[in-house]
Design a binder for this molecule. Structure first.
Ligand code: CTP
Length: 429
């Protein structure tokens, strides 16, 4: 798996020390981080701090004899998947906007084709200055993204906008951007990245998550079956993400076309009925149930004991009977504190159908997606979904199934925090 490489540029401001925290979180998320500092930044934080924590030379000056690479700004700029500036002064923003390359960091900006994310921090007057705002507009037009500073008490004791955004929010935006970029530039190649800031904390250690995955197969005879296109990628992505966040995970998997993850309890159940039985056996112990499987709604009423022969038969009709609805049954039997979550894969009126499923099946959360949208649906590595809870609706853009998995888990954590009693209604209310 590929490690993503961040070029972290640190410029001269009081908030420079916060770049250390940003770097640590990015490393925890699985990124490689190389640091470049401006000369003024070294007045606030010593390069040694970054060198010790990254085990890499920190570049301040291309011409420094201690620099192991004679054309560092070119090599550095080609190696990185993202150039991140924390904190960015008005000066570096101005240099980037005007194509000035008079030090290592500004030369790197010019020499790089990687996406750029800038988190400015400065005095409010400098921030609001027409020249700064003009430079920012110009950079935005060039495709540079910003994590805007927030209002608060600034280092200069004035109050206003100019404070560096919260470190976790910066990292969260970096991870979202990296995920989108990896899908675009690397054709969805899997990375070892943990894609949510809360995923960096073991925030699910108290949960036992039971997940159904894959597409069920309903036998017609010993050779043939009725099934669907489900690959199991989405359900397995949730399983991996939950395991990494400390949850105990049990997966009940029907037919899948990808390898199941390690570190989870795996139960194979091929038909809807087998899946129903396996889930009912395990669910009492689970704190969260997630129905990610594409369960057949109908199965052949009579399964032939021997292979059906075509000789002398021009047409055939199959009588189908309804399968048990696993998700509804789990919801009916739910016990205090148990969360029940479903998926709604639709082709039209996505949100409406998802809402009615949430009400009909009495769910805490529904992940709705339009399987006809490009980049969403079966057998892709990406999805475009809306997460619905009783409280809110969050429409998410194109992202990897792994990133969506972490968003779903984030929402579980939010539900637990916001109203544990409500998030885990008991009985069939
Ligand atoms: N589900 C289930 N058992 C079934 C059918 C569906 O557990 N027999 C779960 C799926 O895992 C998914 C959700 O229910 O989480 C999807 O419901 P779906 O079958 O699509 O919705 P229905 O309410 O049955 O409506 P329709 O099939 O008409 O869309």
């Amino acid at each position: 798996m590929t490690k993503l490489h961040i070029g972290l540029g640190v410029t001269g401001g009081i908030a420079a020390y916060k770049a250390i925290e940003v770097m640590r979180l990015l490393q925890k998320a699985g990124c490689e981080v190389s640091v470049a500092m401006t000369r003024h930044a070294t007045e606030f934080v010593r390069p040694l701090t970054f060198r010790a924590l990254t085990d890499r030379h920190v570049i301040v000056d291309d011409y420094d004899p201690a620099n192991p690479d004679p054309i560092a700004h070119i090599n550095f700029s080609q190696e990185i998947d993202l150039l991140l500036i924390v904190p960015a002064t008005a000066n570096i923003i101005s240099k980037f906007a005007n194509g000035i390359a008079d030090d290592f960091l500004s030369s790197t900006y010019l020499a790089s084709t990687a996406p750029v994310l800038i988190a400015p921090a400065m005095n409010v007057t400098m921030w609001e200055q027409a020249a700064t705002q003009r430079n920012i507009e110009r950079l935005r037009a060039d495709g540079v993204r910003f994590v805007d500073p927030v209002a608060g008490e600034l280092a200069c004791k004035t109050v206003g906008t100019g404070k560096l955004e919260d470190v976790e929010n910066i990292v969260s935006q970096v991870l979202n951007l990296l995920d989108a970029e990896t899908q675009r530039r690397r054709g969805g190649r899997e990375t070892s990245l943990r894609l949510s800031v809360s995923a960096l904390k073991d925030d699910l250690t108290k949960e036992h998550i039971l997940i159904t995955v894959g597409g069920t197969r309903e036998a017609i005879d010993p050779v043939r079956f009725i099934s669907n296109h489900s690959s199991g990628k989405m359900g397995f992505a949730v399983a991996v993400a939950a395991r990494e966040r400390g949850a105990r995970v049990t997966v009940v998997a029907a037919s899948t076309s990808v390898e199941p993850p390690d570190g989870v309890e795996l139960i194979r159940s091929i038909s809807a009925q087998e899946m129903f039985d396996a889930v009912m056996e395990k669910v009492a112990d689970a704190t969260v149930f997630i129905g990610a499987a594409a369960v057949a709604d109908y199965s052949p009423a009579n399964v032939a004991d021997a292979k059906i022969k075509k000789e002398g038969i021009d047409g055939i009709s199959l009588e189908l009977k309804k399968t048990p609805d696993i998700l509804s049954e789990v919801s009916k039997r739910r016990r205090e504190g148990q969360m029940v979550i479903g998926f709604a894969a639709e082709t039209n009126d996505v949100i409406e159908f998802a809402k009615s499923k949430m009400a009909k099946k009495n769910l805490d959360m529904v992940i709705a997606n339009d399987i006809t949208a490009k980049g969403a649906g079966f057998n892709t590595d990406t999805n475009i979904a809306t997460i619905l809870t009783r409280q809110r609706e969050t429409a998410l853009g194109l992202m990897s199934k792994r990133a969506l998995a972490d968003k779903i888990l984030d929402e579980i954590v939010n539900l637990r925090k916001s109203n544990p009693a409500n998030a885990a209604r008991s009985g069939n209310s």
